[in-house]
Design a binder for this molecule. Structure first.
Ligand SMILES: [Zn+2]
Length: 424
């Protein structure tokens, strides 16, 4: 059947003008959309659901795509386009990735070839592969996928482009653009996959948060204190928190005006920070509800530094443990809990003594758990402001504390003060 005949058939099926359908059809075919796909696409456009024949399922909306689908055809708006190089089956391959959206929702995509996508484009992706990632469907645009650019713009309730504030960035984000101040940076030589290579690593900051970063292809604009716009980054997990990756495909532009930076940590409810999968430099305020085992006077393996039980390291076996102080305290802010991990210095402050005092107390009691008991009595039930890096792993959420300060102003006192003012 010729394009003309298909157009005639389609026009009569859908009850629309043949010339209009034919023009659309020719357009799609010109963009190398297979004719069956093109017909499906037009059926959808003119308000017929399509019958799903042709080996791939046409989807009316993104929220209908499930991980059970094999291949789908969908019309969507391109929100952003990231470009990077990955090593795939032993060779370097450039991929394009980001988010597609329609009125019903969004879906991540990876394009294995350059379809010429730009943020804001409305496309019909024909025969796109569906794969599962982290329990959600994602689209693979590959060799057998056709991409047609639609003239009519699909309106979507999402922002076009990759601009993001640091507080909203999560592990797995791609095609992200940021405007930030470089608050720390160091140049390092690492053993990369192609031998020794120089990279930059450090910390980026904006008004909402701070995040660690790595620049795999050092950009001269990234220097301490500089305010820069970085386009086309991707986000990977590093030590339990999201880390911004700058690559050879990223562009870095120095900004004339300083980007404002927050001096405090990102203040977040614990539940939100945990759900984000980790937050760099976060501040949580809550009550200590208990002290976990492995707090107080502990012993570490001299080889690996891990906490040991009864002189046994899980990796190094029988070892001469070295004494240390630390606290694992459960902090609850009403939205969730996190284990605040206090290092030796903060533990000394909380305990009110140093390692020698702790040893002394343990010797006298002939039991080292008395040190943890003393700490427990001091902190449980009190309110603390804890700042540090929050990471989440299979065992739960940890907040590696850089500061741990009691909130002097107890809400009960505050209420009492307020009442006495009212009374007066
Ligand atoms: Zn060890």
């Amino acid at each position: 059947m010729t394009v003309d005949e298909r157009a005639e058939e389609l026009a009569s099926d859908l009850g629309v003008d043949k010339e209009e359908v034919k023009e659309d059809l020719e357009n799609l075919v010109e963009y190398s959309v297979p004719i069956d796909e093109a017909v499906q696409s037009l059926r959808r456009k003119y308000g017929d659901g399509g019958d799903g024949s042709g080996g791939t399922r046409s989807k009316d909306s993104i929220d209908e795509i499930t991980t059970a689908d094999g291949n789908v055809t969908v019309t969507a708006r391109v929100l952003n386009v990231g470009k990077r190089s990955i090593r795939y089956q032993g060779s370097d391959q450039v991929i394009f990735e980001g988010v597609l959206a329609d009125a019903s929702g969004t879906i991540d995509y990876t394009a294995w070839q350059d379809f010429g996508l730009s943020p804001g484009d409305t496309i019909t992706a024909g025969n796109a592969g569906v794969r599962e990632w982290d329990g959600s469907p994602e689209l693979n645009l590959g060799e057998s996928t056709s991409v047609a650019f639609e003239e009519e713009t699909l309106e979507v309730p999402y922002e076009i482009g990759g601009d993001a504030e640091l507080v909203d960035i999560e592990t797995g984000d791609r095609g992200v653009d940021v405007e930030v101040r470089v608050s720390e940076v160091e140049r390092r030589t690492i053993d990369g996959r192609d031998g020794e290579t120089e990279i930059l690593s450090g910390v980026l900051a904006d008004e909402t948060a701070k995040l660690p970063f790595t620049d795999w292809d050092p950009h001269p604009e990234i220097e301490e204190g500089a305010s820069v716009r970085i386009e086309n980054t991707y986000v990977r997990e590093y030590r339990g928190v999201p880390s911004i990756n700058v690559s050879e495909f990223s562009t870095v532009e120095a900004l004339a005006d300083d980007v404002p930076v927050s001096e405090s940590g990102t203040r977040l409810p614990i539940r939100e920070a945990v759900e984000a999968g980790g937050v760099y430099d976060v501040e949580a305020v809550g009550h200590i509800i208990s002290i976990r085992d492995g707090s107080g006077l502990i012993q570490r393996c001299p080889e690996c530094g891990r906490v040991i039980q009864k002189g046994q390291c899980r990796t190094h076996g029988d070892v001469d443990g070295e004494d240390d102080l630390r606290v694992k305290a459960i902090l609850d802010d009403g939205t969730g809990t996190v284990t605040a991990v206090l290092d030796d210095e903060i533990t000394e402050q909380v305990y009110g003594g140093d390692l020698e005092d702790a040893r002394e107390q343990a010797r006298e009691a002939m039991d080292q758990t008395v040190v943890a008991d003393t700490i427990r009595e001091r902190v449980v039930g009190r309110e603390y402001r804890v700042r540090g890096h929050l990471s989440v792993d299979e065992y739960g959420a940890n907040l590696d504390a850089s500061s741990f300060a009691e909130v002097e102003d107890d809400p009960a006192d505050r209420a009492a003060d307020l009442l006495s003012e009212v009374d007066a």
